[in-house]
Design a protein around this ligand. Structure first.
Ligand SMILES: [Zn+2]
Length: 298
């Protein structure tokens, strides 16, 4: 089989591309405030703060990528940059709200708008409060270093889970340009893991080792790990735009499966369409199956 073509999105930004960062930032401000409002208590709970801030960050990342999908943005860089911008705004808002929340608890109410537009004010306020020893954990005042470690860790989780969510939600998407629609990827087909030579071919997108299995009449319905999984999708509207991706699925001692991609996502082109046709047929190809079962008498 001639070398397979790697699928590349068109990089078109879709309609209203500015709405992706704009709505993302708005959502980040709201979720940042909610996360800080929920955790900004002087009686400190690190586990709760990390959990809530990680969830808020993941929500922001998923919202940005979700808007990108809804607006048909095929430019993943725009989605990821928008997510980073939204997360930066959301995190600053969360620290600003945290600072005002603590201030009001020690009897110094300050409106959020007073400090949120100052890039350093929230952190100066937090540092001042940390030095004053008003934070209590296990009935003891907390030091500045310990506080910043916890605030910083919550912030890292906020940003990290946000980027991870935007990355995951925007990953592996396929778009049919003529039809202007996303093409959903079908659940994978299973095949026996071939030998090293066969795996090397699969890594290059060559499906012939799997085609040989199908032609030999081997069914794939009840294969358990280890196996090769073939994810594929073809645009239902035009039947032209299609992709496939191969995974090497293995199981650990507990039977927990993990899938490792064998190379990138490939386009179903004039060469691979025949192979995909054989793989997706429920029954083995009749001609070769008959030949295998009944070799012509000499
Ligand atoms: Zn199409």
């Amino acid at each position: 089989m001639p070398s397979a073509t790697v699928y590349k999105p068109s990089q078109k930004v879709g309609r209203f591309p500015w709405a992706i960062p704009a709505i993302g930032v708005a959502a980040a401000v709201i979720l940042g405030i909610l996360a800080a409002a929920f955790t900004g208590n002087i009686t400190f709970s690190m586990k709760l703060q990390i959990l809530v801030w990680a969830g808020a960050g993941a929500g922001i990342g998923a919202i940005v990528a979700g808007i990108g999908t809804a607006l048909k943005c095929r430019n993943r860089a725009l989605i990821l940059i928008s997510a980073v911008a939204a997360l930066a705004v959301g995190l600053h808002t969360a620290y600003a709200y945290l600072a005002t929340s603590y201030l009001s608890q020690v009897g110094v109410p300050v409106p959020l708008t007073t400090i949120i537009f100052d890039p350093t004010a929230p952190y100066n306020v937090l540092e001042g409060l940390a030095q004053s020893g008003v934070f209590i954990k296990n009935n003891k005042p907390m030091g500045s270093g310990a506080l910043w470690f916890e605030w910083g860790f919550a912030g890292v989780m906020f940003a990290g889970c946000g980027i991870a969510a935007a990355w995951a939600v925007s990953a592996g998407r396929v778009f049919c340009e003529p039809c202007n629609v996303w093409v959903p990827v079908e659940p994978g087909m299973r095949f026996k893991t071939p030998d090293e030579a066969g795996l090397a071919l699969l890594k290059q997108g060559d499906l012939s080792p799997l085609v040989r299995q199908r032609e030999a009449g081997e069914t794939s319905a009840a294969i358990e790990a280890p196996y090769i999984r073939v994810d594929y999708s073809i645009c239902k509207a035009c039947g032209n735009t299609g992709v496939y991706k191969l995974f090497n699925v293995t199981a650990d001692k507990k039977g927990e499966e993990s899938a490792k991609a064998l190379g990138p996502m490939y386009v179903i082109d004039e060469n691979s369409i025949v192979h995909i046709g054989v793989l997706t047929s429920k029954e083995p190809a009749p001609a070769s199956a008959a030949a295998a079962e009944a070799p012509p008498a000499a």
